[in-house]
Design a protein around this ligand. Structure first.
Ligand code: IMP
Length: 495
């Protein structure tokens, strides 16, 4: 049985990230979408960056589900009611897809999704985008303020956005709640500002109108007709506004609960949950605690500096690179110098080596992602809240050529020598020191089609121990960007 067969047993399945996002859900969703008729995004907006490789092209999607590359085959893609949508960026994303030859005829955007307005972006950039001085380090896309307005009942839904008069009335009210952006304006001035904002939406309203639909009704109708629905999670459980490392979180709920409500389904409708875990390292972008971070505060500060990016790291740490046709940097992920960094005595440098090998730079912002060893306690906590039927490990190939790797199985705290409890509160995590189990490293994983046998023994042992610890079967390991770079384990094949 393949991974797609396994997950495809569900009528409604969800792919949920059990860490801080960026675990490679995009590739998995695209792969799995072959067994589903409808693929839906349920939460978040263009803060996400889902990278997939399709027909040799690398595509980064922000709001549109990864199934869009199969639109011409009749696959339906939905941006659900729980999402927030940035009209101008949506238009750009659609244009980029169409220019690359993809059709978008079967894409629908929920009329109930909330719209990110310019004042949301302005406030987000002014207050949350910096991760210096313990800031959240948001993606600066207006996500937080948009969800805040939704909860405060002054949000603009897609259905309001498409109705010029309703939009004008909503915006004229809303801008008075943004003195930090527009000053302390009276009613008349507020109307002028609203007029200006609405004027600039002509083009995006026209485009969005083509895709807007009552998607809640549609999803239920599809299910009644026996169609299968896959929900593509965004971000990760540890960034969940309810369960994550609050306040260092996004403003939506990337849990299985959020996945259901974000497409208009009852929670019990989801009958297969696939958890995704980057292993044996994990990443975090933006501020907030991560006890296993390699290089601790130094790494955190380095990654918070907006001047640091992939190119800067390549130069600074002496890795040769070239430039591609679009000006992008191209380098060998297993360059000798990168392998050397992974094996450095200095943990900060180990983190840099892993970051370069895994191209761990924000798909949306280009920021270096903070790197640490996989925290099994955090994964177990995330699994407790999402009850995954199975877990897939991703990006394991990145650790090739490291002499050893580690997995955190306990914490030492100021009051206890070793505990196996996870509390997402920053107060707890900031003072928790991880206790690791160390495993022997491995060389490059070259798949010849023999499956599990091709995995190094130390990796197999680590996978088994993680699976036992999290009490969830680990069914596959992804070891590269391409679709065929997935090793199905006995737990998957045996089902
Ligand atoms: P926001 O979602 O832009 O408000 O950002 C809030 C926090 O979530 C910041 O720490 C971001 O770096 C993080 N975040 C948001 N979206 C993603 C994502 O897709 N991957 C990883 N981190 C994310």
């Amino acid at each position: 049985m393949t991974l797609a067969d396994l997950v495809g047993q569900g009528k409604v399945a969800a792919v949920i990230d059990l860490q801080f996002g960026d675990t490679g859900k995009g590739k998995l969703t695209e792969m799995l979408s072959e067994r589903f008729d409808v693929v839906a995004r349920a939460t978040g907006g263009n803060n996400a960056g889902h990278t997939i490789v399709h027909n040799g092209n690398e595509i980064v999607l922000h709001s549109v589900p990864c199934s869009i590359v199969h639109d011409s085959e009749g696959k339906v893609s939905i941006i659900g009611n729980g999402c927030v949508i940035s009209p101008d960026d949506f238009v750009d994303e659609i244009n980029a897809l169409r220019n690359a030859g993809y059709s978008t005829d079967n894409l629908f955007v929920s009329t109930k999704a909330n719209v990110i307005m310019p004042y949301h972006i302005a406030r987000d950039r002014a207050h949350n985008a910096s991760q210096k001085n313990k800031g959240i380090g948001s993606t600066g896309r207006g996500i937080g303020p948009c969800y805040a307005d939704k909860v405060a009942r002054r949000g603009v839904r897609v259905e309001d956005f498409l109705d010029r008069d309703a939009l004008y009335a909503r915006v004229a009210k809303a801008v008075r709640f943004y003195p930090d952006v527009y000053g302390d304006v009276g009613e008349r001035k507020a109307r002028e500002i609203a007029f200006d904002i609405v004027e600039k939406t002509e083009r995006s309203r026209e485009v969005l109108a083509r895709y807007a639909a009552e998607t809640i009704e549609k999803v239920h109708e599809f299910l009644r007709r026996g169609k299968k629905v896959l929900i593509e999670g965004a971000q990760g459980l540890l960034l969940d506004v309810e369960f994550g490392t609050y306040p260092y979180v996004t403003s939506s709920s990337p849990s299985v609960n959020g996945a259901a409500s974000g497409v208009g389904l009852p929670a019990r409708a989801i009958d297969f949950v696939l958890g995704v875990v980057k292993f044996p390292y994990q990443t975090r972008v933006g501020g907030g605690p991560m006890p296993t971070e390699l290089g601790g505060a130094r790494s955190r500060e380095w990654c918070a500096n907006p001047e640091n990016n992939c190119e800067r790291e390549l130069r600074e740490f002496g890795v040769e690179f070239e430039r591609g046709p679009r000006g992008q940097v191209i380098y060998d992920r297993f360059h000798e110098r990168i392998n050397e960094l992974k094996n450095s005595e200095d943990e900060f440098e180990q983190g840099v080596g892993i970051r370069l090998a895994g191209s761990e730079y924000g798909a949306t912002t280009g920021r270096p992602r903070r790197v640490g060893w996989t925290d099994a306690l955090a994964v177990r906590y995330a699994a407790m809240l999402n009850s995954p039927d199975a877990i897939v490990l991703t990006k394991t190939d990145v650790l090739a050529f490291a002499r050893e790797f580690r997995v955190g199985y306990a914490y030492a705290t100021p009051t206890e020598r070793a505990i196996q409890r996870f509390d997402p509160s920053p107060r707890f995590l900031e003072s928790a020191r991880p206790i690791y189990k160390t495993y022997e490293g491995f060389e490059r994983i070259d798949l010849l089609g023999n499956g599990e046998q091709e995995l190094p023994d130390s990796l197999k042992l680590a996978v088994k121990e993680l699976s036992d610890f999290v009490r969830t079967p680990i069914v596959a390991i992804s070891v590269g960007k391409e679709r065929d770079k997935v090793v199905c384990l006995r737990e998957c094949r045996g089902k």
